[in-house]
Design a protein around this ligand. Structure first.
Ligand SMILES: NC(=O)c1ccc[n+]([C@@H]2O[C@H](COP(=O)([O-])OP(=O)(O)OC[C@H]3O[C@@H](n4cnc5c(N)ncnc54)[C@H](OP(=O)(O)O)[C@@H]3O)[C@@H](O)[C@H]2O)c1
Length: 229
């Protein structure tokens, strides 16, 4: 399968390395252009391309950029891409630390619903609630005891099934969280956020989240990051 990755930082880089190693044909883009990605390409086996080419590179396209950068993507990026790729949003909204305030999200729109609205096509939410270090180091083969689980949210069962298979291939236990409208359950600071939980514990954490506390969860996560800097 061919996969495009937009964003070549901590998360895009790890995903490119792992996916290329697994045999996927990976194209990767950043904001500075393919010539800035020669080192990553040499080390990963991914092909550096432009953002426009990454968007039409494959059956799956992974958005691995800061939330504030979504509005900088070329207008109509996915409009003319044939066969509607599965778009995975791995982003997290950090208004105070990085992204600045986005009114719609502050008023209650979910992070990934906002991203889908901006890019004009549906997204699957996945990989936002694992740190790059765990993604790099903690994947293990199916059947291994204490395998870390990753949940996936989205409205298309077929697209979600594709992403659940990718999660499994990358060495994590796939958990179908539900529809995109429930994806707040793995937004920043929730009990299921970046805790490296096994499947049963992850399901409990997702179920235990409280929708009325989304902003509070986010603020607590930003405070935690600030303390760790
Ligand atoms: N780091 C983590 O542990 C982690 C875990 C889960 C989720 N996330 C989320 O995943 C997303 C990416 O995080 P990260 O840590 O990988 O960020 P990062 O290391 O800062 O990398 C960001 C990447 O996005 C690219 N980019 C920025 N604006 C772009 C644009 N307009 N077009 C194309 N590429 C653009 C940057 O390219 P240039 O360098 O060329 O500008 C860079 O390659 C964020 O939303 C983050 O919150 C991060």
């Amino acid at each position: 399968m061919r996969i495009g990755i937009i964003g070549a930082g901590s998360m895009g880089g790890v995903l490119a390395r792992h996916l290329a190693k697994l045999g996927y044909r990976v194209s990767i883009a950043n904001s500075r252009g393919p010539e800035s990605l020669t080192a990553l390409a040499a080390g990963s086996g991914a092909t550096p391309v432009s953002v426009v080419d990454a968007a039409k590179a494959g059956e799956v396209v992974i958005l691995a950029i800061p939330t504030k950068a979504v509005t900088d993507l070329p207008r109509g990026l996915f409009a003319n891409v044939p066969n509607s790729p599965v778009v995975i949003d791995i982003g997290n909204y950090h208004p105070e630390l990085r992204d600045g305030h986005i009114d719609a999200i502050d008023r209650g729109m979910l992070d990934s619903q906002w991203v889908a609205q901006q890019i004009g096509c549906p997204v699957i939410k996945a990989f936002n609630n694992i740190f790059a270090k765990s993604l790099l180091e903690r994947g293990v083969p199916r059947g291994t005891r204490r395998r870390i689980a990753l949940s996936v949210y989205g409205d298309s069962p077929d697209a979600k099934a594709t992403v659940l298979r990718l999660v499994d291939d990358l060495g994590f236990e796939p958990v179908d969280g539900g529809v995109l409208d429930d994806s707040w359950r793995q937004q920043p600071g929730t009990p299921a956020y970046c805790r490296d939980l096994e499947a049963a514990a992850l399901r409990r954490a997702l179920a235990g989240a409280d929708r009325s506390r989304i902003a509070e969860y986010r603020a607590a996560e930003e405070a935690r990051i600030r303390r760790s800097l």
